[in-house]
Design a protein around this ligand. Structure first.
Ligand SMILES: [Zn+2]
Length: 409
């Protein structure tokens, strides 16, 4: 966690700490040459950077504020990240990246009521705001597509390269440079941790995304209004090529139903979920958490058993084909009962590996194929998914190659 800054003293009282690229704060400031200094033409403002205090360690990348107000139909985006990562992200900012069928959502967001939006953001009694379905959604249908207004490198927030006050100036700049409507929306987001409002809003509403494999927190305005439920009716996936957060129906959703997804990893037991959700400062009162102790314990036992099967299958070579088959059927039943279908990504992969260990390559190939399908359905386009999938295919193809050689022999 971040150390929180004390008091309201502005960073600007220490101008010798600031090296701002455009030098507008004062001539006493030293200008630093940013790697993008000659090519910041795509951004709406010159990148705003703060260097470390004199005499301090200058290793590690320096973060700057990059803003593009025309991003996604004038929604706007501000990034606090390194110039290299900003240059990489810049390739995803063009609206031509957005699939044709989703472009109608890219209207000028000044007209809040977007034509065709199939959900509405409503005040819920005693629970802040929430997203309510305006029509029926079928399983796996996209309910909501959103693009981030803020993207902040995690190490900028957690590191101590800059003081808390310097971080605050960077964060304030990133929000100030957004179009007015989005700036207001960021300031009205739910908060939970106390302290600096912008930092609190980012920690409370940020989703983990990656740019070139580096962790960032991204704030999606409507996406932030999707509340938590331990047995959700939707899940979210991130499409890195267009920077889209897609909220997708996990099952059929009725009109008037609240759209909810899980802030905690799926498959956790009651106590594990409780511990994770403390970070958001609330105690979950969903149907699963407020069920009778017997019912809750039964759910916990199923979840523990599922995890146990995952571990056992790690040693499939000691089990034999019949036992592996029985465990897979049991696991599939548990996933259905607990409605943990996004975990199929993880389980199909484990099933594939188990059959590879048993040299049952026909079944292994069937589960690798299924894993691939589940990744694109539930996982989206994150790098780690793609890498894991490539490794799995490679392992299968190597095993198949070896099997062929043995046959030829
Ligand atoms: Zn719950």
């Amino acid at each position: 966690m971040l150390r929180r800054s004390k008091g309201n003293q502005s960073l600007l009282t220490k101008p010798n700490f600031i090296r701002r690229l455009d030098g507008t704060i004062g001539t006493a400031l030293i200008q630093e040459i940013c790697p993008l200094a000659n090519d910041w033409s795509i951004w709406s403002y010159k990148p705003f950077c703060i260097g470390p205090a004199e005499g301090e360690d200058e290793t590690g990348p320096a973060d700057c504020v990059f803003t593009l107000t025309a991003f996604r139909g004038n929604q706007g985006i501000s990034l606090i990240t390194t110039p290299d990562l900003a240059a990489s992200a810049a390739t995803h900012l063009d609206d031509s990246r957005v699939p044709r069928e989703l472009r109608h959502q890219l209207v000028d967001t000044k007209h809040q009521e977007v034509e065709g939006t199939a959900y509405e953001i409503k005040d819920l009694p005693g629970r802040g705001k929430g997203a309510i379905a305006k029509r029926k959604f079928a399983e796996h249908e996209i309910v909501m597509v959103g693009y981030p207004v803020l993207v902040i490198r995690l190490d900028f927030l957690n590191g101590d390269r800059l003081t808390e006050r310097e971080k605050r100036v960077m964060l304030e700049t990133s929000v100030r440079q957004l179009p007015p409507e989005q700036k207001r929306s960021v300031m009205s987001l739910a908060r939970s941790t106390g302290g600096e409002p912008i930092l609190d809003a980012i920690r409370t509403n940020g989703f983990g995304i990656e740019i070139d494999g580096i962790q960032h927190l991204a704030v999606f305005l409507d996406g932030s209004r999707v509340n938590h439920n331990c047995r959700p009716n939707s899940f979210w996936r991130y499409i890195s090529s267009s920077m889209a957060m897609e909220v997708v129906a996990l099952r059929d959703i009725r009109p008037g139903e609240e759209i909810v997804h899980s802030y905690a990893p799926l498959g956790y037991t009651y106590e594990e979920r409780k511990a994770v959700l403390q970070a958001w400062g609330f105690q979950c009162r969903c149907a699963l958490c407020s069920a009778s102790i017997e019912e809750r314990n039964l759910s916990d036992r199923r979840r523990e058993r599922l995890l146990e099967i995952h571990h056992i299958l790690g040693q499939a070579d000691l089990l034999g084909s019949k036992r592996v088959g029985a465990l897979i059927i049991e696991a599939m039943g548990l996933i259905d009962q607990e409605e943990l279908h996004p975990q199929l990504v993880e389980y199909y992969q484990q099933f594939a590996k188990a059959y590879m260990a048993l040299s049952d390559l026909k079944r292994a190939r069937a589960f690798v194929t299924e894993t691939d399908k589940m990744w694109s359905l539930y996982g989206g386009e994150e790098h780690e998914n793609l890498d894991g999938m490539r490794d799995l295919w490679r392992a299968l193809e190597e095993a198949e190659g070896e099997a062929e050689e043995v046959e030829d022999f």
